[in-house]
Design a binder for this molecule. Structure first.
Ligand code: 13P
Length: 250
């Protein structure tokens, strides 16, 4: 049985007080969420410790949105995996398309970030996904396959067992354009097949999330697909009702 996860990536949104309010809203609706669905929230770095305090008696799990590729030292403005871990977070999102696109994160950097995450006991939520022009040129399998091979293929099976993969087509992020459930299933199955080429049966145990304009109205159809094990939610994770609405879709 694969773990079902609904994770909220808050991106660069909310001030601490707004974050607290959002978490309170989520906590007040927790009983609506099926007990086998794990909820993860990924607030900005600045409110991770605060959020951790607030969720400590709940089943909600905490994630950071990024971590540094170096352990410590003269890297002004960076936040290390050890620092993230010390806030109480247990996951870290790595390789989000916004980080790849705006901050030049490539596989070389992501391999180092992965190593930092594992050295500090953080579980990576590793994001992959193609851009619109790559989808239109029918290069999506090649692009996503490359993102998987260049980073995840360097892991040991023990490490891989602790990774959550998120497929987020860049053209669907924040655009209101969702991949159809068939499109999403097709590439999720491809990701699982690619992982099985390297890790064998373990691929059946890996949670693969869909992300990109996921909302309560389209989540049921997406989550009904065989290889879609939940969602990585952006915009809709900023409203407790929508975030819980998505989690209830199972
Ligand atoms: P949206 O749900 O806003 O499209 O964002 C998806 C995403 O990038 C989550 O990481």
């Amino acid at each position: 049985m694969r773990k079902k996860i609904v994770a909220g990536n808050w991106k660069m949104n909310t001030l601490p007080a707004e974050g607290i309010e959002l978490i309170n809203g989520i906590i007040s609706k927790l009983e609506e969420v099926p007990s086998d669905v794990q909820l993860i929230i990924a607030p900005p770095f600045t409110h991770l410790a605060l959020a951790n305090e607030q969720i400590k008696d709940t089943p909600i799990t905490l994630s950071a949105q990024n971590c540094a590729d170096q352990a410590k030292g003269a890297y002004t403005g960076e936040v290390s995996a050890a620092m993230v871990k010390a806030t109480g977070a247990s996951y870290v999102i790595l390789g989000h398309s916004e980080r790849r696109e705006y901050y030049g994160e490539n596989s070389e950097i992501l391999n180092r970030k992965m190593a930092q995450a594992f050295e500090n006991g953080l579980k990576p939520i590793y994001c992959v996904g193609e851009k619109l022009e790559e989808r239109e040129a029918e290069k999506h399998f090649e692009v996503v396959g490359g993102q998987i091979k260049e980073v995840l293929f360097n892991l040991t099976p023990e490490q891989m067992a602790n990774v959550v993969v998120a497929y987020e087509p860049v053209w669907a992020i924040g655009t209101g354009k969702t991949a159809t459930s068939d499109q999403a299933q097709e590439i999720h199955a491809f990701i699982r097949k690619t992982l099985s080429d390297k890790f064998g049966e373990l691929a059946q145990e890996i949670t693969i999330l869909y992300g990109g304009s996921c909302k309560p109205s389209n989540a049921p159809e997406l989550f009904a697909q065989e290889d879609i094990d939940g969602g990585l939610i952006g915009g809709a994770a900023l409203k407790a009702e929508d975030f819980i609405g998505i989690a209830k879709s199972y």
